[in-house]
Design a binder for this molecule. Structure first.
Ligand code: SF4
Ligand code: SF4
Length: 323
């Protein structure tokens, strides 16, 4: 941020000197969240003891939490540190909509890691989060339910880390690229047993990156291995995705070819993968629709438009059964 204010490319600097000693244009500077600055006048006015009336020993005061994901009431709430996380996500946020169950939490922003739903009772303060290998960070909490794939989420956050790497050190920009490649391959159905060892090597290597961005990059994949290992194993060994979102492990099937909603689905399909059955034979009148699988990019639009007529199935299980 300091470099950007100075008109330079946003790159981390070696410290010391710290910004408070020499920051923007070499002047002493403080760079903090707006939330921190908002607390300061109140603490000066009313004193530290007043501030400590709320919160915990390690984390006094209150914090703004941004809650989102599979919640009926997402939003931003200010609560005292120490409140159990489930009171925020399940009580205030309403939890997932009826018929769905919490599967995990992504705390602390894209670098914060992953937690299983069994940790919903954790107190919102830094020590229990650090002990579980995740960050409380800026106070973002994303709840996901059984419809989300932990591997897919890990890929998403790893892609973010790769995009945001400034590129100064090979450890970080090369390491995050390799991590993304590996996870993409797993999602495409090409995961291998050795990938688990490679994830461990990348994790250990990234811990030597120059700044916190690189050092926190493996938090998501570490959470995947620590808390959602079954899911990763299933994708690698059985070529099956329990959440049915991995593009290489699923296929879209039309279960009711003559459903009227499919006309609209065919219009909206971005790759024209929904084709009229028999349309290649000019003598045969089209009777309903089918999906041309090689063209399908698994965007899910057709299932949203015609949920009764389209279903998703395990690709390799279906192939094996057909042999
Ligand atoms: S760890 Fe990543 S973001 Fe930090 S300096 Fe190295 S390349 Fe840049
Ligand atoms: S999932 Fe997307 S690409 Fe595939 S058939 Fe449906 S709309 Fe077309």
């Amino acid at each position: 941020m300091i470099a950007s204010v100075e008109g330079l490319r946003g790159m981390p600097k070696i410290r010391p000197p710290f910004p408070a000693q020499r920051g923007v244009f070499d002047m002493p500077s403080n760079v903090n969240n707006t939330e921190t600055y908002a607390n300061v006048p109140l603490i000066i006015e009313r004193g530290a003891a007043w501030y400590r009336e709320h919160g915990t020993e390690s984390d006094p005061g209150t914090k703004m939490f941004s809650i989102s994901g599979a919640l009926q009431r997402p939003g931003i709430l200010e609560v005292a540190f120490g409140l159990p996380m489930d009171r925020l996500l399940l009580e205030a946020g309403g939890g997932p909509e009826a018929g769905h169950t919490p599967k995990g939490i992504q705390p602390g922003g894209p670098l914060g890691g992953l937690l299983p739903a069994s940790d919903l009772g954790l107190a919102l303060e830094r020590p229990p989060f650090t002990e579980r290998g995740v960050l409380l960070g800026s106070g973002g909490l994303i709840l996901f339910d059984e419809r989300a794939s932990a591997v897919d989420l890990t890929l998403y956050f790893s892609e973010f880390c790769e995009d945001e790497s400034c590129g100064r050190c090979t450890t970080c920009h090369g390491g995050s690229q390799r991590l993304v490649e590996l996870l993409r391959r797993v999602m495409e159905g090409g995961g291998r047993r050795e990938d688990l060892e490679r994830i461990g090597v990348l994790d250990r290597t990234l811990q030597n990156a120059n700044c916190l961005h690189g050092q926190f990059t493996p938090y998501a994949v570490r959470g995947l291995v620590n808390y959602f290992r079954d899911e990763l194993d299933t994708q690698i060994d059985e070529k099956r995705d329990p959440a049915r979102v991995a593009p290489g492990l699923i296929r879209y099937i039309i279960s009711d070819p003559e459903a009227p909603e499919l006309d609209e689905a065919a219009e909206l399909c971005p790759t024209d993968a929904i084709v009229a059955r028999g349309s290649e034979d000019e003598d045969e009148q089209p009777a309903g629709w089918r999906i041309d699988d090689p063209k399908c990019i698994r965007c899910d639009v057709c299932r949203e438009v015609a949920p009764q007529a389209v279903r998703v199935e395990d690709r390799f299980v279906a192939l094996l059964e057909s042999v």
